[in-house]
Design a protein around this ligand. Sequence first.
Ligand code: SF4
Length: 445
Amino acid sequence: MRCHLVTLGCAKNLADSEGIGVLLTEAGHHLVETPDRAEVIIVNTCGFLQPAREEAISVLRELSAGKEAGQLLVAAGCMIEGYADQLQQAVSGLDGLIGTRQWTEMPNFLAELARRKPEDRWQPYVRPPSERNHVADSVSRQAQGTTAYLKIADGCSAPCAFCTIPAIKGSQRSKPPRHVLAEARQLAEQGVQEIVLVAQDLTAYGRDRGEKDALPPLLDALVEAVPTVPWIRLLYAYPGHVSDRLIETIAQHEQICNYLDMPLQHASESVLKRMRRPHNMERVRRFYESLRRTVPDVALRTTFIVGYPGETETEFQELLDFMAEVRFDRVGIFPYSQEPGTPAADLAGQVPDEIKQERHERAMLWQQSISLSRNQEQVGRVYLVLVDGAGDGISLCRSYRDAPEVDGFVVVEGTLPLGQFVRVRIAGAMEYDLLGEPEARAAGG
Ligand code: SF4
């Protein structure tokens, strides 16, 4: 069948979609670029937060309205785990629903859909939920460009009170190292220049098998397995699981980007306790100090939630003070979303929406000035950048400081070769992006 895949949500969903694409191709299906050419349209949804669920409904409604005779519309992904009924009520014209824990079953699911008798097709076919997620299965990779996400685990066993992920994805399962290395080798053979390691919590890798701090040895093995991949990037570390050994591993290997994304969610210990998150901020401070001492040019990214139940103005100010103290290079800031079924949803002291929004704006502005001054410190430095896109007389590039999709760009005038590394000198700074000149041009060459 001709299949068109739509991906919503985060990098982990993108990695799943890529895997679904490979499985479908291996099963004899063909991927097509546009929905109008497809016999089956599959939407890999995100169900993490209310706005993501609203987006999924709106995309599915639009596709359903444009459905042609005989075309099948399948809703897949996170939203199916827990919100399948809501989705069926909100979107007419769905032919099938299959949850994120079963994405490796997609070819069988399509075969089941195709076998359905016409008299059964008045209602969508819902694949019964699975207890397990399928991350541990080995999947061949087909790189879509020069950057590829590699999921090393899925699900989460952390108790964060605001988060729906454990209910959606189940507890954590780590992919065996041999599968991680095999996938990485395939990506390297396909010319990938940057492998971005993702999981709900990268630093919990191996804990489901009783191994502690198993990420550093995996990184050692990865570096050896794919010596031709210049960048290996780490997203999503957990403050309770990072270690000195991880810092040493980042410092030791040139291929591992001097970049760490560690979502902290807040900086006030009392809020963190209510969030059921690691709340020893002295430990977090010591970790960052040690990381910056050992890897002086490390770029730090984090995320924070503002307006969590019971958050006082003093606790919010603690967060702003901490942001000014650490001076993160990148920060994602989100107003708290009251998610049904989570312990936080039932906490007393829900913060009114207008206060959440006001704190969100204040925190964003606060970080903008920090990010601008961090960026201004880069002016005059020379970076190796990967060319991500070009058009309208400019090229959008990323240095090791910039993760794909979530961070800024180094913007360079002119058209640089896509997917290649170029040395640029930083000539100017904005809040989120930098301006660069190819080194030869900057030197008058
Ligand atoms: S560690 Fe992340 S994914 Fe896991 S429960 Fe906490 S917020 Fe959710």
